[in-house]
Design a protein around this ligand. Structure first.
Ligand code: SF4
Length: 189
């Protein structure tokens, strides 16, 4: 990771075990994509080279819920699919996180009909809402970073009995992503 070059030779670092655990957890969030519609295409773009979700350690999409700790609901969920979504959520490992990506997942979007769930948060706890139709990849990355910040600070909210509470974070619709840290040099000539 390059940290060795910044340290003097034969030096040691001391830290707290909990910090190391949190650092490794937030650097290895493994998403479980529940992509049912067009938002899933933006989710795929987020993992591709232009946006490079690997920078955040979250590019390893797992299609087994037992190997995942971040459920990304991307697209509308029909009432018929809802039990599947709930089962996937229940099979995921703790501590686990949920992102509701796009208007359809969060509210049903334009599909105001009896067959479409009008917001998955009525049935599973949602930690971060990402607005848009579809949201841009930067907004999804911002949502993942919001979860990383919570993990880093060991700030998982719990109720009086120790049960985890949803974070209830919403990426703002006017969120403006910062420019890429390095200029794009491929394909611009
Ligand atoms: S929010 Fe828009 S882009 Fe996303 S699934 Fe719904 S219609 Fe498609």
């Amino acid at each position: 990771m390059g940290i060795e070059s910044a340290l003097p030779v034969d030096s040691i670092l001391t830290t707290q075990l909990q910090r190391v655990v949190n650092w490794s957890r937030r650097s290895s969030v493994w998403p479980m994509p529940f992509a049912t519609a067009c938002c899933g295409i933006e989710l795929m773009a987020t993992a591709c080279s232009r946006f490079d979700l690997a920078r955040f350690g979250a590019e390893v999409m797992r299609f087994s819920p037992r190997q995942a700790d971040l459920l990304i609901v991307a697209g509308r969920v029909s009432v018929k699919m809802l039990p599947v979504l709930q089962r996937i959520y229940m099979q995921m490992t703790e501590p686990k996180w949920v992102i509701s990506m796009g208007a359809c997942a969060s509210t049903g979007g334009v599909f105001d009909t009896y067959a479409v769930v009008q917001g998955v948060d009525q049935f599973i706890p949602v930690d971060v809402y990402v607005p848009g139709c579809p949201p841009r990849p930067e907004m999804l990355i911002e949502a993942i970073m919001a979860i990383q910040r919570i993990i880093d600070n060991d700030a998982i909210p719990r109720d009086g009995e120790g049960a985890r509470l949803p974070l209830n974070i919403a990426v703002q619709p006017n969120f403006e992503p910062r420019s890429q840290p390095v200029p794009v040099t491929v394909g611009t000539t």
